[in-house]
Design a protein. Structure first.
Lengths: 373, 256
Protein backbone atom coordinates (compact mmCIF):
# COMPACT_ATOMS: atom_id res chain seq x y z
CA UNK A 1 0.00 0.00 0.00
CA UNK A 2 1.41 3.33 -0.94
CA UNK A 3 1.67 6.22 1.46
CA UNK A 4 -0.88 8.22 -0.50
CA UNK A 5 -3.52 5.59 0.16
CA UNK A 6 -2.50 5.11 3.79
CA UNK A 7 -3.19 8.69 4.82
CA UNK A 8 -6.87 9.68 4.85
CA UNK A 9 -7.59 12.03 1.99
CA UNK A 10 -8.22 15.55 3.30
CA UNK A 11 -10.49 17.78 1.18
CA UNK A 12 -8.33 20.06 -0.96
CA UNK A 13 -8.52 23.66 0.27
CA UNK A 14 -8.01 26.56 -2.10
CA UNK A 15 -4.50 27.96 -1.87
CA UNK A 16 -5.53 31.19 -0.17
CA UNK A 17 -7.28 29.62 2.83
CA UNK A 18 -4.21 28.84 4.94
CA UNK A 19 -2.42 32.20 4.58
CA UNK A 20 -5.73 33.94 5.22
CA UNK A 21 -6.34 31.90 8.38
CA UNK A 22 -2.81 32.67 9.58
CA UNK A 23 -3.28 36.41 9.02
CA UNK A 24 -6.59 36.41 10.90
CA UNK A 25 -4.99 34.46 13.75
CA UNK A 26 -2.08 36.89 14.06
CA UNK A 27 -4.43 39.88 14.02
CA UNK A 28 -6.60 38.31 16.74
CA UNK A 29 -3.52 37.74 18.91
CA UNK A 30 -2.39 41.35 18.45
CA UNK A 31 -5.89 42.60 19.32
CA UNK A 32 -5.96 40.46 22.45
CA UNK A 33 -2.53 41.73 23.51
CA UNK A 34 -3.59 45.37 23.08
CA UNK A 35 -6.79 44.80 25.05
CA UNK A 36 -4.76 43.22 27.83
CA UNK A 37 -2.34 46.16 27.90
CA UNK A 38 -5.18 48.67 28.10
CA UNK A 39 -7.09 46.72 30.77
CA UNK A 40 -4.03 46.24 32.95
CA UNK A 41 -3.28 49.95 32.82
CA UNK A 42 0.10 49.48 31.10
CA UNK A 43 -1.16 51.64 28.24
CA UNK A 44 -2.81 54.74 29.79
CA UNK A 45 -5.48 56.64 27.89
CA UNK A 46 -3.95 59.73 26.30
CA UNK A 47 -0.59 58.10 25.66
CA UNK A 48 0.56 58.02 22.04
CA UNK A 49 0.55 54.24 21.98
CA UNK A 50 -3.09 54.27 23.09
CA UNK A 51 -4.02 56.80 20.43
CA UNK A 52 -2.45 54.68 17.70
CA UNK A 53 -3.19 51.17 18.83
CA UNK A 54 -6.41 51.30 20.81
CA UNK A 55 -8.21 54.64 20.52
CA UNK A 56 -9.44 54.29 16.93
CA UNK A 57 -10.92 50.87 17.62
CA UNK A 58 -12.69 52.14 20.70
CA UNK A 59 -14.17 54.91 18.54
CA UNK A 60 -15.28 52.34 15.98
CA UNK A 61 -17.04 50.38 18.70
CA UNK A 62 -18.65 53.38 20.36
CA UNK A 63 -19.83 55.11 17.16
CA UNK A 64 -20.66 52.35 14.67
CA UNK A 65 -22.66 54.78 12.49
CA UNK A 66 -19.50 56.74 11.72
CA UNK A 67 -17.72 53.51 10.92
CA UNK A 68 -20.47 52.51 8.48
CA UNK A 69 -20.32 55.96 6.87
CA UNK A 70 -16.54 55.71 6.47
CA UNK A 71 -16.71 52.18 5.10
CA UNK A 72 -19.36 53.17 2.56
CA UNK A 73 -17.34 56.14 1.32
CA UNK A 74 -14.25 53.97 1.15
CA UNK A 75 -16.13 51.35 -0.84
CA UNK A 76 -17.33 53.86 -3.41
CA UNK A 77 -13.85 55.32 -3.74
CA UNK A 78 -12.46 51.82 -4.01
CA UNK A 79 -14.85 50.86 -6.79
CA UNK A 80 -13.75 53.89 -8.79
CA UNK A 81 -10.07 53.03 -8.22
CA UNK A 82 -10.92 49.52 -9.37
CA UNK A 83 -12.42 50.93 -12.58
CA UNK A 84 -9.27 52.90 -13.37
CA UNK A 85 -7.16 49.83 -12.65
CA UNK A 86 -9.46 47.72 -14.81
CA UNK A 87 -8.82 49.91 -17.85
CA UNK A 88 -5.15 49.46 -17.20
CA UNK A 89 -5.38 45.66 -16.83
CA UNK A 90 -7.28 45.41 -20.14
CA UNK A 91 -4.46 47.06 -22.04
CA UNK A 92 -1.70 45.32 -20.15
CA UNK A 93 -3.23 41.90 -20.79
CA UNK A 94 -3.83 42.39 -24.48
CA UNK A 95 -0.74 44.29 -25.55
CA UNK A 96 1.70 43.98 -22.68
CA UNK A 97 1.87 47.76 -22.56
CA UNK A 98 2.11 49.39 -19.14
CA UNK A 99 -0.29 52.22 -19.99
CA UNK A 100 0.75 55.15 -17.86
CA UNK A 101 -1.84 57.26 -19.68
CA UNK A 102 -4.88 55.37 -18.37
CA UNK A 103 -5.38 57.85 -15.51
CA UNK A 104 -5.15 60.78 -17.87
CA UNK A 105 -7.56 59.10 -20.26
CA UNK A 106 -10.08 59.27 -17.40
CA UNK A 107 -9.66 63.04 -17.10
CA UNK A 108 -9.41 63.58 -20.84
CA UNK A 109 -12.62 61.68 -21.59
CA UNK A 110 -14.53 63.49 -18.84
CA UNK A 111 -13.17 66.81 -20.09
CA UNK A 112 -14.22 65.99 -23.63
CA UNK A 113 -17.73 65.22 -22.40
CA UNK A 114 -18.13 68.38 -20.35
CA UNK A 115 -16.22 70.53 -22.81
CA UNK A 116 -18.28 69.53 -25.82
CA UNK A 117 -21.46 70.06 -23.79
CA UNK A 118 -20.25 73.56 -22.91
CA UNK A 119 -19.35 74.36 -26.50
CA UNK A 120 -22.71 73.14 -27.79
CA UNK A 121 -24.79 75.00 -25.23
CA UNK A 122 -22.80 78.23 -24.94
CA UNK A 123 -21.28 78.83 -28.36
CA UNK A 124 -23.72 77.01 -30.62
CA UNK A 125 -26.75 78.06 -28.58
CA UNK A 126 -28.32 74.62 -28.27
CA UNK A 127 -30.80 74.29 -25.37
CA UNK A 128 -29.14 72.78 -22.27
CA UNK A 129 -30.68 69.47 -21.24
CA UNK A 130 -30.59 65.72 -21.57
CA UNK A 131 -30.60 65.61 -25.37
CA UNK A 132 -27.49 67.73 -25.70
CA UNK A 133 -25.86 65.88 -22.81
CA UNK A 134 -26.40 62.56 -24.59
CA UNK A 135 -25.05 64.10 -27.77
CA UNK A 136 -21.97 65.16 -25.82
CA UNK A 137 -21.69 61.60 -24.51
CA UNK A 138 -21.76 60.28 -28.07
CA UNK A 139 -19.08 62.80 -29.04
CA UNK A 140 -16.91 61.74 -26.09
CA UNK A 141 -17.28 58.08 -27.12
CA UNK A 142 -16.35 58.94 -30.69
CA UNK A 143 -13.30 60.85 -29.48
CA UNK A 144 -12.18 57.88 -27.38
CA UNK A 145 -12.57 55.63 -30.42
CA UNK A 146 -10.55 58.04 -32.51
CA UNK A 147 -7.91 58.12 -29.80
CA UNK A 148 -7.72 54.30 -29.87
CA UNK A 149 -7.24 54.31 -33.65
CA UNK A 150 -4.59 57.03 -33.51
CA UNK A 151 -2.70 55.38 -30.65
CA UNK A 152 -2.68 52.07 -32.54
CA UNK A 153 -1.52 53.68 -35.77
CA UNK A 154 0.98 56.22 -34.42
CA UNK A 155 2.30 54.63 -31.23
CA UNK A 156 1.75 50.86 -31.07
CA UNK A 157 2.26 49.81 -34.68
CA UNK A 158 5.64 51.49 -35.20
CA UNK A 159 6.85 50.28 -31.80
CA UNK A 160 5.59 46.69 -31.97
CA UNK A 161 7.94 44.19 -30.29
CA UNK A 162 10.04 46.93 -28.75
CA UNK A 163 11.19 46.58 -25.19
CA UNK A 164 8.57 47.21 -22.50
CA UNK A 165 10.33 50.27 -21.14
CA UNK A 166 10.10 51.90 -24.56
CA UNK A 167 6.36 51.27 -24.67
CA UNK A 168 6.06 52.70 -21.17
CA UNK A 169 7.90 55.85 -22.21
CA UNK A 170 5.62 56.16 -25.22
CA UNK A 171 2.58 56.13 -22.92
CA UNK A 172 4.23 58.69 -20.62
CA UNK A 173 4.57 60.84 -23.72
CA UNK A 174 0.92 60.19 -24.54
CA UNK A 175 0.00 61.33 -21.02
CA UNK A 176 1.61 64.72 -21.47
CA UNK A 177 0.23 65.06 -24.97
CA UNK A 178 -3.30 64.46 -23.67
CA UNK A 179 -2.84 66.99 -20.85
CA UNK A 180 -1.57 69.65 -23.24
CA UNK A 181 -4.12 68.89 -25.93
CA UNK A 182 -6.99 68.79 -23.43
CA UNK A 183 -6.05 72.15 -21.96
CA UNK A 184 -5.55 73.66 -25.40
CA UNK A 185 -9.00 72.65 -26.62
CA UNK A 186 -11.11 72.95 -23.47
CA UNK A 187 -9.14 75.38 -21.32
CA UNK A 188 -7.44 74.73 -18.01
CA UNK A 189 -10.13 75.86 -15.58
CA UNK A 190 -11.98 73.20 -13.57
CA UNK A 191 -15.40 72.30 -14.98
CA UNK A 192 -18.55 71.00 -13.37
CA UNK A 193 -19.69 67.55 -14.46
CA UNK A 194 -23.09 67.53 -16.19
CA UNK A 195 -24.46 65.02 -13.73
CA UNK A 196 -28.14 65.90 -13.73
CA UNK A 197 -28.25 66.44 -17.48
CA UNK A 198 -27.00 62.88 -18.02
CA UNK A 199 -29.90 61.61 -15.94
CA UNK A 200 -27.77 60.58 -12.98
CA UNK A 201 -29.35 61.01 -9.53
CA UNK A 202 -28.00 63.89 -7.44
CA UNK A 203 -29.81 63.88 -4.08
CA UNK A 204 -28.90 62.13 -0.87
CA UNK A 205 -30.67 59.98 1.66
CA UNK A 206 -30.04 59.59 5.37
CA UNK A 207 -30.64 56.46 7.33
CA UNK A 208 -30.98 56.19 11.07
CA UNK A 209 -29.00 53.14 11.98
CA UNK A 210 -26.88 52.08 14.93
CA UNK A 211 -27.84 55.14 16.89
CA UNK A 212 -26.77 57.72 14.35
CA UNK A 213 -27.34 59.02 10.85
CA UNK A 214 -25.61 57.67 7.79
CA UNK A 215 -25.73 59.80 4.64
CA UNK A 216 -25.71 58.11 1.27
CA UNK A 217 -25.28 60.14 -1.91
CA UNK A 218 -27.55 58.78 -4.65
CA UNK A 219 -24.77 59.36 -7.12
CA UNK A 220 -22.48 57.06 -5.15
CA UNK A 221 -25.09 54.31 -5.27
CA UNK A 222 -25.42 54.82 -9.02
CA UNK A 223 -21.63 54.73 -9.38
CA UNK A 224 -21.39 51.48 -7.46
CA UNK A 225 -24.18 49.87 -9.48
CA UNK A 226 -22.88 51.00 -12.86
CA UNK A 227 -19.32 49.98 -12.04
CA UNK A 228 -20.44 46.55 -10.87
CA UNK A 229 -22.50 45.97 -14.02
CA UNK A 230 -19.61 47.10 -16.14
CA UNK A 231 -17.11 44.81 -14.43
CA UNK A 232 -19.40 41.79 -14.76
CA UNK A 233 -20.14 42.57 -18.41
CA UNK A 234 -16.44 42.87 -19.20
CA UNK A 235 -15.67 39.62 -17.42
CA UNK A 236 -18.32 37.75 -19.45
CA UNK A 237 -17.19 39.46 -22.65
CA UNK A 238 -13.61 38.36 -22.02
CA UNK A 239 -14.39 34.79 -21.07
CA UNK A 240 -17.17 33.78 -23.40
CA UNK A 241 -17.14 35.57 -26.73
CA UNK A 242 -15.11 35.35 -29.91
CA UNK A 243 -13.62 38.81 -29.56
CA UNK A 244 -12.90 38.18 -25.88
CA UNK A 245 -11.09 34.97 -26.73
CA UNK A 246 -9.16 36.76 -29.46
CA UNK A 247 -8.11 39.42 -26.94
CA UNK A 248 -6.84 36.80 -24.53
CA UNK A 249 -5.14 34.98 -27.38
CA UNK A 250 -3.24 38.13 -28.35
CA UNK A 251 -2.30 38.64 -24.72
CA UNK A 252 -0.85 35.14 -24.58
CA UNK A 253 1.10 34.90 -27.83
CA UNK A 254 1.29 37.38 -30.70
CA UNK A 255 2.79 34.84 -33.05
CA UNK A 256 0.15 32.19 -32.48
CA UNK A 257 -2.66 34.75 -32.65
CA UNK A 258 -1.39 35.96 -36.02
CA UNK A 259 -1.19 32.42 -37.34
CA UNK A 260 -4.89 31.78 -36.71
CA UNK A 261 -5.83 34.96 -38.50
CA UNK A 262 -6.30 37.47 -35.71
CA UNK A 263 -5.32 40.97 -36.75
CA UNK A 264 -3.25 42.55 -33.98
CA UNK A 265 -4.06 46.04 -35.20
CA UNK A 266 -7.80 45.47 -34.95
CA UNK A 267 -7.51 43.90 -31.50
CA UNK A 268 -5.43 46.78 -30.20
CA UNK A 269 -7.99 49.30 -31.38
CA UNK A 270 -10.76 47.32 -29.65
CA UNK A 271 -8.77 47.07 -26.42
CA UNK A 272 -7.82 50.74 -26.31
CA UNK A 273 -11.38 51.73 -27.13
CA UNK A 274 -12.74 49.48 -24.37
CA UNK A 275 -10.22 51.00 -21.96
CA UNK A 276 -11.35 54.42 -23.19
CA UNK A 277 -15.00 53.62 -22.46
CA UNK A 278 -14.07 52.41 -18.97
CA UNK A 279 -12.12 55.66 -18.56
CA UNK A 280 -15.13 57.72 -19.64
CA UNK A 281 -17.44 56.01 -17.15
CA UNK A 282 -14.88 56.47 -14.38
CA UNK A 283 -14.41 60.09 -15.40
CA UNK A 284 -18.15 60.81 -15.21
CA UNK A 285 -18.45 59.25 -11.76
CA UNK A 286 -15.33 60.85 -10.40
CA UNK A 287 -15.98 64.20 -11.99
CA UNK A 288 -19.44 64.28 -10.42
CA UNK A 289 -17.94 63.88 -6.93
CA UNK A 290 -15.41 66.68 -7.28
CA UNK A 291 -15.04 68.55 -10.53
CA UNK A 292 -13.33 67.93 -13.82
CA UNK A 293 -9.78 69.19 -14.17
CA UNK A 294 -6.35 67.71 -14.56
CA UNK A 295 -6.03 67.85 -10.77
CA UNK A 296 -7.85 64.50 -10.93
CA UNK A 297 -4.55 63.17 -12.20
CA UNK A 298 -3.30 62.44 -8.67
CA UNK A 299 -6.41 60.37 -8.10
CA UNK A 300 -5.82 58.53 -11.36
CA UNK A 301 -2.29 57.67 -10.30
CA UNK A 302 -3.78 55.79 -7.35
CA UNK A 303 -4.41 53.06 -9.89
CA UNK A 304 -0.74 52.15 -9.59
CA UNK A 305 -0.82 50.98 -5.95
CA UNK A 306 -4.12 49.25 -6.76
CA UNK A 307 -2.45 47.38 -9.60
CA UNK A 308 0.64 46.48 -7.67
CA UNK A 309 -1.61 45.16 -4.94
CA UNK A 310 -3.87 43.21 -7.27
CA UNK A 311 -1.33 41.97 -9.78
CA UNK A 312 -1.10 43.49 -13.23
CA UNK A 313 -2.94 40.78 -15.11
CA UNK A 314 -5.85 40.03 -12.85
CA UNK A 315 -9.31 41.54 -13.19
CA UNK A 316 -10.47 40.25 -9.77
CA UNK A 317 -7.17 41.61 -8.45
CA UNK A 318 -7.98 45.08 -9.74
CA UNK A 319 -11.35 44.97 -7.99
CA UNK A 320 -10.12 43.65 -4.64
CA UNK A 321 -7.06 45.89 -4.77
CA UNK A 322 -9.27 48.91 -5.46
CA UNK A 323 -11.51 48.10 -2.51
CA UNK A 324 -8.59 47.55 -0.13
CA UNK A 325 -7.00 50.86 -1.11
CA UNK A 326 -10.29 52.76 -1.10
CA UNK A 327 -11.51 51.49 2.26
CA UNK A 328 -8.02 51.45 3.79
CA UNK A 329 -7.28 55.07 3.02
CA UNK A 330 -10.68 56.32 4.20
CA UNK A 331 -10.35 54.44 7.50
CA UNK A 332 -6.78 55.67 7.85
CA UNK A 333 -7.73 59.26 7.14
CA UNK A 334 -10.70 59.28 9.49
CA UNK A 335 -9.27 57.41 12.48
CA UNK A 336 -5.51 57.89 12.32
CA UNK A 337 -5.26 61.02 10.13
CA UNK A 338 -5.77 63.52 13.01
CA UNK A 339 -2.64 62.16 14.73
CA UNK A 340 -0.60 63.37 11.77
CA UNK A 341 -2.56 66.54 11.15
CA UNK A 342 -4.81 65.01 8.47
CA UNK A 343 -4.37 64.73 4.73
CA UNK A 344 -2.75 61.30 4.89
CA UNK A 345 -5.15 60.07 2.21
CA UNK A 346 -2.80 61.23 -0.52
CA UNK A 347 0.00 58.89 0.42
CA UNK A 348 -1.54 56.18 2.57
CA UNK A 349 -2.36 54.03 -0.48
CA UNK A 350 1.32 53.69 -1.27
CA UNK A 351 2.18 52.71 2.31
CA UNK A 352 -0.59 50.09 2.37
CA UNK A 353 0.79 48.67 -0.87
CA UNK A 354 4.32 48.57 0.48
CA UNK A 355 3.06 46.69 3.52
CA UNK A 356 1.36 44.09 1.33
CA UNK A 357 4.38 43.73 -0.92
CA UNK A 358 6.56 42.76 2.02
CA UNK A 359 4.48 39.61 2.34
CA UNK A 360 3.32 38.94 -1.23
CA UNK A 361 5.78 40.36 -3.77
CA UNK A 362 3.70 39.04 -6.67
CA UNK A 363 0.60 40.97 -5.57
CA UNK A 364 -2.55 39.40 -4.21
CA UNK A 365 -3.63 37.68 -7.41
CA UNK A 366 -0.54 37.89 -9.58
CA UNK A 367 0.98 34.70 -10.83
CA UNK A 368 3.83 33.49 -8.72
CA UNK A 369 6.81 33.49 -10.98
CA UNK A 370 8.74 30.26 -10.72
CA UNK A 371 11.65 29.99 -13.11
CA UNK A 372 12.42 26.53 -14.34
CA UNK A 373 16.16 26.04 -14.52
CA UNK B 1 -0.16 14.71 -59.37
CA UNK B 2 -2.81 17.38 -59.80
CA UNK B 3 -2.26 21.12 -60.15
CA UNK B 4 -0.15 23.19 -57.77
CA UNK B 5 -1.93 24.70 -54.76
CA UNK B 6 1.05 26.81 -53.89
CA UNK B 7 4.19 27.55 -55.77
CA UNK B 8 7.28 29.32 -54.58
CA UNK B 9 9.25 31.06 -57.32
CA UNK B 10 12.86 32.11 -56.94
CA UNK B 11 12.54 33.29 -53.37
CA UNK B 12 15.43 34.99 -51.60
CA UNK B 13 15.34 36.13 -47.99
CA UNK B 14 18.06 38.11 -46.27
CA UNK B 15 18.51 39.33 -42.72
CA UNK B 16 21.05 42.11 -43.17
CA UNK B 17 24.06 40.31 -44.63
CA UNK B 18 22.85 36.82 -43.79
CA UNK B 19 21.17 34.97 -46.62
CA UNK B 20 18.59 32.67 -45.07
CA UNK B 21 17.11 31.54 -48.38
CA UNK B 22 18.62 32.04 -51.80
CA UNK B 23 16.74 31.56 -55.00
CA UNK B 24 14.55 28.61 -54.00
CA UNK B 25 11.63 27.39 -56.10
CA UNK B 26 9.29 24.49 -55.51
CA UNK B 27 5.60 23.76 -55.54
CA UNK B 28 3.04 22.05 -53.35
CA UNK B 29 0.31 20.14 -55.20
CA UNK B 30 -3.27 19.89 -54.10
CA UNK B 31 -3.84 16.99 -51.73
CA UNK B 32 -0.25 15.88 -51.23
CA UNK B 33 1.96 15.66 -48.18
CA UNK B 34 5.07 17.60 -48.96
CA UNK B 35 8.09 17.41 -46.68
CA UNK B 36 10.78 20.05 -46.35
CA UNK B 37 13.96 18.64 -44.89
CA UNK B 38 17.54 19.73 -44.40
CA UNK B 39 20.22 20.12 -41.75
CA UNK B 40 19.83 22.70 -38.97
CA UNK B 41 19.94 26.27 -40.24
CA UNK B 42 19.05 25.25 -43.78
CA UNK B 43 16.17 27.76 -43.93
CA UNK B 44 13.24 25.39 -43.52
CA UNK B 45 11.38 27.38 -40.87
CA UNK B 46 12.21 30.62 -42.72
CA UNK B 47 10.52 29.08 -45.72
CA UNK B 48 7.34 28.35 -43.75
CA UNK B 49 7.49 31.87 -42.32
CA UNK B 50 7.60 33.27 -45.86
CA UNK B 51 4.65 31.15 -46.92
CA UNK B 52 2.41 32.28 -44.07
CA UNK B 53 3.55 35.88 -44.12
CA UNK B 54 5.71 36.23 -41.00
CA UNK B 55 8.67 37.06 -43.25
CA UNK B 56 8.59 38.91 -46.54
CA UNK B 57 11.16 37.66 -49.02
CA UNK B 58 13.16 40.40 -50.77
CA UNK B 59 13.01 38.63 -54.11
CA UNK B 60 10.67 36.20 -55.76
CA UNK B 61 6.98 35.62 -55.33
CA UNK B 62 4.57 33.08 -53.91
CA UNK B 63 1.49 31.93 -55.83
CA UNK B 64 -1.31 30.53 -53.71
CA UNK B 65 -4.55 29.29 -55.29
CA UNK B 66 -3.54 30.96 -58.53
CA UNK B 67 -3.01 34.39 -56.97
CA UNK B 68 0.52 35.67 -57.16
CA UNK B 69 1.53 37.76 -54.20
CA UNK B 70 4.60 39.70 -53.33
CA UNK B 71 3.82 40.52 -49.73
CA UNK B 72 1.18 39.09 -47.47
CA UNK B 73 0.44 39.59 -43.80
CA UNK B 74 -0.04 36.58 -41.49
CA UNK B 75 -3.71 37.17 -40.82
CA UNK B 76 -4.33 37.55 -44.53
CA UNK B 77 -2.58 34.26 -45.18
CA UNK B 78 -4.76 32.71 -42.48
CA UNK B 79 -7.97 34.02 -44.00
CA UNK B 80 -6.74 32.74 -47.37
CA UNK B 81 -6.68 29.23 -45.92
CA UNK B 82 -3.16 28.66 -44.62
CA UNK B 83 -2.86 27.29 -41.08
CA UNK B 84 0.30 26.35 -39.26
CA UNK B 85 1.88 24.97 -36.12
CA UNK B 86 5.19 26.04 -34.64
CA UNK B 87 8.48 24.35 -33.91
CA UNK B 88 8.42 25.37 -30.24
CA UNK B 89 4.66 25.17 -29.59
CA UNK B 90 2.93 28.55 -29.61
CA UNK B 91 -0.29 28.01 -27.70
CA UNK B 92 -2.31 30.37 -25.54
CA UNK B 93 -0.96 28.93 -22.32
CA UNK B 94 -3.41 30.47 -19.89
CA UNK B 95 -6.45 29.26 -21.82
CA UNK B 96 -8.09 25.83 -21.83
CA UNK B 97 -7.75 23.30 -24.64
CA UNK B 98 -11.30 24.11 -25.67
CA UNK B 99 -10.67 27.87 -25.80
CA UNK B 100 -7.43 27.40 -27.70
CA UNK B 101 -9.20 25.45 -30.41
CA UNK B 102 -12.14 27.87 -30.36
CA UNK B 103 -9.70 30.67 -31.13
CA UNK B 104 -8.89 28.73 -34.29
CA UNK B 105 -12.51 29.35 -35.35
CA UNK B 106 -12.14 33.13 -35.03
CA UNK B 107 -12.04 33.69 -38.77
CA UNK B 108 -15.14 31.58 -39.36
CA UNK B 109 -17.18 33.54 -36.85
CA UNK B 110 -18.82 36.63 -38.20
CA UNK B 111 -21.27 38.08 -35.69
CA UNK B 112 -20.69 41.74 -34.95
CA UNK B 113 -19.13 43.52 -32.01
CA UNK B 114 -22.55 44.62 -30.77
CA UNK B 115 -23.99 41.10 -30.51
CA UNK B 116 -20.74 39.93 -29.00
CA UNK B 117 -21.14 42.49 -26.27
CA UNK B 118 -24.66 41.28 -25.55
CA UNK B 119 -23.69 37.63 -26.04
CA UNK B 120 -27.12 36.99 -27.43
CA UNK B 121 -28.98 36.31 -30.67
CA UNK B 122 -26.64 35.64 -33.61
CA UNK B 123 -23.55 35.62 -31.42
CA UNK B 124 -24.96 32.85 -29.23
CA UNK B 125 -26.20 30.72 -32.15
CA UNK B 126 -22.81 31.06 -33.80
CA UNK B 127 -21.05 30.11 -30.58
CA UNK B 128 -23.06 26.87 -30.44
CA UNK B 129 -22.44 25.87 -34.08
CA UNK B 130 -18.73 26.41 -33.77
CA UNK B 131 -18.52 24.71 -30.44
CA UNK B 132 -19.96 21.63 -32.15
CA UNK B 133 -17.23 21.75 -34.80
CA UNK B 134 -14.58 22.12 -32.12
CA UNK B 135 -15.94 19.11 -30.25
CA UNK B 136 -15.60 17.07 -33.46
CA UNK B 137 -11.96 18.06 -33.69
CA UNK B 138 -11.43 17.19 -30.03
CA UNK B 139 -12.93 13.75 -30.68
CA UNK B 140 -10.82 13.30 -33.78
CA UNK B 141 -7.59 14.07 -31.92
CA UNK B 142 -8.66 11.99 -28.91
CA UNK B 143 -8.13 14.79 -26.41
CA UNK B 144 -11.58 14.74 -24.76
CA UNK B 145 -10.09 14.27 -21.31
CA UNK B 146 -8.08 17.48 -21.36
CA UNK B 147 -10.85 19.65 -22.79
CA UNK B 148 -11.01 22.01 -19.81
CA UNK B 149 -7.36 21.97 -18.76
CA UNK B 150 -5.17 25.04 -19.17
CA UNK B 151 -2.77 24.01 -21.93
CA UNK B 152 0.27 25.41 -20.13
CA UNK B 153 -0.03 22.51 -17.69
CA UNK B 154 -0.19 19.76 -20.33
CA UNK B 155 2.75 17.56 -21.29
CA UNK B 156 4.59 18.57 -24.44
CA UNK B 157 3.19 15.82 -26.66
CA UNK B 158 -0.38 16.82 -25.86
CA UNK B 159 0.41 20.52 -26.37
CA UNK B 160 1.56 19.66 -29.88
CA UNK B 161 -1.71 17.84 -30.44
CA UNK B 162 -3.76 20.81 -29.20
CA UNK B 163 -1.79 23.06 -31.51
CA UNK B 164 -2.66 20.77 -34.41
CA UNK B 165 -6.29 20.95 -33.27
CA UNK B 166 -6.23 24.73 -33.35
CA UNK B 167 -4.81 24.69 -36.88
CA UNK B 168 -7.45 22.14 -37.97
CA UNK B 169 -10.21 24.32 -36.52
CA UNK B 170 -9.38 26.84 -39.24
CA UNK B 171 -10.37 24.22 -41.85
CA UNK B 172 -7.31 25.18 -43.86
CA UNK B 173 -6.57 24.26 -47.45
CA UNK B 174 -2.88 24.22 -46.70
CA UNK B 175 -1.54 23.08 -43.36
CA UNK B 176 2.05 23.91 -42.46
CA UNK B 177 3.56 21.74 -39.72
CA UNK B 178 6.90 22.78 -38.28
CA UNK B 179 8.48 19.69 -36.70
CA UNK B 180 5.20 18.19 -35.47
CA UNK B 181 7.02 15.27 -33.86
CA UNK B 182 10.03 16.95 -32.28
CA UNK B 183 10.63 15.85 -28.71
CA UNK B 184 8.01 13.09 -28.79
CA UNK B 185 8.41 9.49 -27.76
CA UNK B 186 7.75 6.66 -30.19
CA UNK B 187 4.13 6.18 -29.20
CA UNK B 188 3.32 9.87 -29.48
CA UNK B 189 5.05 9.97 -32.85
CA UNK B 190 2.94 7.11 -34.14
CA UNK B 191 -0.22 8.87 -32.96
CA UNK B 192 0.83 12.09 -34.64
CA UNK B 193 1.63 10.26 -37.91
CA UNK B 194 -1.81 8.69 -37.82
CA UNK B 195 -3.45 12.09 -37.33
CA UNK B 196 -1.47 13.65 -40.16
CA UNK B 197 -2.40 10.85 -42.55
CA UNK B 198 -6.05 11.00 -41.46
CA UNK B 199 -6.21 14.75 -41.96
CA UNK B 200 -4.74 14.35 -45.40
CA UNK B 201 -6.92 11.43 -46.48
CA UNK B 202 -10.25 12.30 -44.87
CA UNK B 203 -10.34 16.07 -45.11
CA UNK B 204 -8.19 16.26 -48.24
CA UNK B 205 -6.01 18.91 -46.60
CA UNK B 206 -2.74 19.62 -48.33
CA UNK B 207 0.12 19.39 -45.86
CA UNK B 208 3.65 20.77 -45.89
CA UNK B 209 5.79 19.57 -43.01
CA UNK B 210 9.27 19.99 -41.67
CA UNK B 211 10.63 16.96 -39.86
CA UNK B 212 13.97 15.58 -38.80
CA UNK B 213 12.97 11.97 -38.29
CA UNK B 214 13.89 10.51 -41.68
CA UNK B 215 11.89 7.33 -41.15
CA UNK B 216 8.74 9.40 -40.60
CA UNK B 217 9.46 11.71 -43.53
CA UNK B 218 10.03 8.90 -45.99
CA UNK B 219 6.90 7.04 -44.84
CA UNK B 220 4.54 9.99 -44.76
CA UNK B 221 5.38 12.25 -47.62
CA UNK B 222 4.53 12.11 -51.29
CA UNK B 223 7.37 14.40 -52.29
CA UNK B 224 10.36 15.86 -50.47
CA UNK B 225 12.31 19.06 -51.00
CA UNK B 226 15.79 19.26 -49.47
CA UNK B 227 17.38 22.54 -48.42
CA UNK B 228 20.96 23.20 -47.35
CA UNK B 229 22.41 26.61 -46.48
CA UNK B 230 19.32 28.27 -47.92
CA UNK B 231 19.58 26.53 -51.29
CA UNK B 232 17.51 23.75 -52.74
CA UNK B 233 19.70 20.69 -53.35
CA UNK B 234 17.10 18.07 -54.20
CA UNK B 235 13.40 17.69 -54.93
CA UNK B 236 11.36 14.58 -55.68
CA UNK B 237 9.81 11.41 -54.31
CA UNK B 238 11.32 9.97 -51.13
CA UNK B 239 13.10 7.24 -53.08
CA UNK B 240 14.72 9.69 -55.48
CA UNK B 241 15.80 12.00 -52.67
CA UNK B 242 17.18 9.15 -50.57
CA UNK B 243 19.45 8.10 -53.37
CA UNK B 244 20.66 11.60 -54.23
CA UNK B 245 24.40 12.00 -53.62
CA UNK B 246 24.09 15.69 -52.62
CA UNK B 247 21.53 14.83 -49.95
CA UNK B 248 23.70 12.06 -48.55
CA UNK B 249 26.66 14.45 -48.44
CA UNK B 250 24.61 17.13 -46.73
CA UNK B 251 23.48 14.79 -43.99
CA UNK B 252 26.61 12.72 -43.52
CA UNK B 253 29.24 15.31 -44.39
CA UNK B 254 31.76 14.85 -47.13
CA UNK B 255 35.51 14.29 -46.97
CA UNK B 256 37.51 17.23 -48.28
Amino acid sequence: MSTAEATPASPALPGWVMPMAKTVGVLALVAAAITLLVQSGAMPRGSLAYKILAGPFVDMRDFPDLLVQTLWEGTVGGILYALIALGFVLIFKASGVFNFAQGIMVVFSALTLVGSYEIMTQRLGLPPGTVVALLALAIALAVMFLLAVVVERVVLRPLVNQHEIIMLMATVGLTYFLIGFGEYVFGGSPKVMITAQLGLPTGQSSFNILGGRVNVQHLDVAAAVIATIMIIALAVFFQKTRIGRALRAVADSHKAALSVGISLNQIWVIVWFTAGVVALVTGIMWGARSDVSFALETVALKALPVLILGGFTSVPGAIVGGLIIGIGEKLGEFYWGPLLGGGIETWLAYIITLGFLLFRPQGLFGEKIIERI
Amino acid sequence: MSEALLSVDNISLRFGGVKAISDVSFDICKGEIRAIIGPNGAGKTSMLNCINGFYHPQEGAITFKGIRRKKVRPHEAASGGIARTFQNVALFKGMTTLDNIMVGRTLKMKSGFFWQLLRHGPAMREEITHRRKVEEIIDFLEIEAIRKMPVGKLPYGLQKRVELGRALAMEPELLLLDEPMAGMNLEEKEDMCRFIIDVNKHFGTTIALIEHDMGVVMDLSDRVVVLEYGRKIADGTPDVVKADQKVIDAYLGVAH
